[in-house]
Design a protein around this ligand. Structure first.
Ligand SMILES: Cc1cc2nc3c(=O)[nH]c(=O)nc-3n(C[C@H](O)[C@H](O)[C@H](O)COP(=O)(O)OP(=O)(O)OC[C@H]3O[C@@H](n4cnc5c(N)ncnc54)[C@H](O)[C@@H]3O)c2cc1C
Ligand code: FES
Length: 248
């Protein structure tokens, strides 16, 4: 884990209340798909955890996609090209990349970004990748073309039916009868819970309210599925866990 002043290369709106920021950082050379960074936003005590969407280890850059939900993420929108940001990372566990025959990647809302680098790397090792992306509505949707350009088959669901299937990502999976050897998912617990009933193998990334982000404060603990005396810190042992490991 590194603390570094990373420099803003671009910071632009890509969907409703959703921004893509590219940052120049040495720590890009250490990143793995599914990990996150913890950003110090000026004027706020607690850092904000944001997933790594993609990275370029040759040019030392990485991309985040963030949704404006409160004062901290609103403040991020004011950063200009050339500004610096205090960044801690890369943090947490990652999605393992192994050559499999088929993988289904499922993301809901701000759970979509960490799946992008994951899709890229799975495709690079010869895995056939299907992606299901869920958004509130068409205006909130992002990175559909980007996933397609990687070579993935992409399905979309929106809560109000303005794009793709009307409903949740799990509706798309049922409707299209999507199957795969492994599932890779990031999103709300309700979504992860349904996926666990359908897929025996794969990896789930959990969203949790965090304080320190480095395993010191125990604000983000969850229980083992089998041993209820065993706890994991989502920021440290997670956010990515194998299917069936966490009780929730
Ligand atoms: C591992 C991880 C990865 C994430 N990746 C992304 C991402 O790629 N894109 C994105 O838009 N959002 C992501 N989030 C959610 C993001 O951290 C929150 O939306 C953000 O911290 C909200 O900050 P705020 O100041 O705007 O909101 P406020 O609600 O004002 O924040 C108040 C406090 O609550 C914490 N907080 C609020 N919501 C969350 C949340 N959902 N998860 C964790 N802490 C929260 C904040 O960090 C802050 O300490 C991720 C969260 C986690 C845990
Ligand atoms: S946020 Fe402090 S231990 Fe996870």
């Amino acid at each position: 884990m590194i603390i570094e002043q990373v420099q803003v290369i671009s910071n632009q709106q890509i969907a409703d209340a959703t921004y893509e920021m590219v940052l120049k950082a040495e720590m890009a050379t250490k990143m793995k798909p599914g990990q996150f960074v913890n950003l110090k936003v000026e004027g706020f005590l607690l850092r904000r955890p944001i997933s790594i969407c993609q990275y370029d280890q040759f040019n030392h850059t990485f991309t985040i996609i963030y949704k404006v939900v409160g004062d901290g993420t609103q403040k991020l929108t004011t950063l200009k090209v050339g500004d610096f940001l205090d960044c801690m990372g890369p943090l947490g566990s990652h999605f393992p990349i192994e050559a499999q025959t088929t993988a289904l990647l499922v993301g809901g809302g701000v759970g979509v970004p960490p799946l992008y680098e994951t899709a890229k790397q799975l495709l690079a090792v010869g895995t056939q990748v299907q992606v299901v992306l869920g958004f509130a509505d068409a205006q909130a949707a992002f990175y559909i073309d980007e996933f397609e350009q990687l070579g993935a088959t992409v399905y979309v669901a929106t809560d109000n039916g303005t794009l793709g299937t009307h409903g949740r990502v799990t509706n798309v999976i049922a409707e299209q009868q999507l199957t795969a050897e492994y599932v890779y998912a990031c999103g709300p617990e309700a979504m992860l819970r349904v996926l666990e009933t359908r897929f025996e193998k794969g990896y789930l990334s959990f969203e949790a309210r965090m304080a320190c982000g480095i395993g010191a404060c125990m604000a983000c603990v969850c229980k083992d599925r089998e041993d209820t005396d065993l706890y994991y810190r989502i920021c440290k042992e997670g956010p990515v866990f194998p299917v069936g490991k966490v009780g929730f």
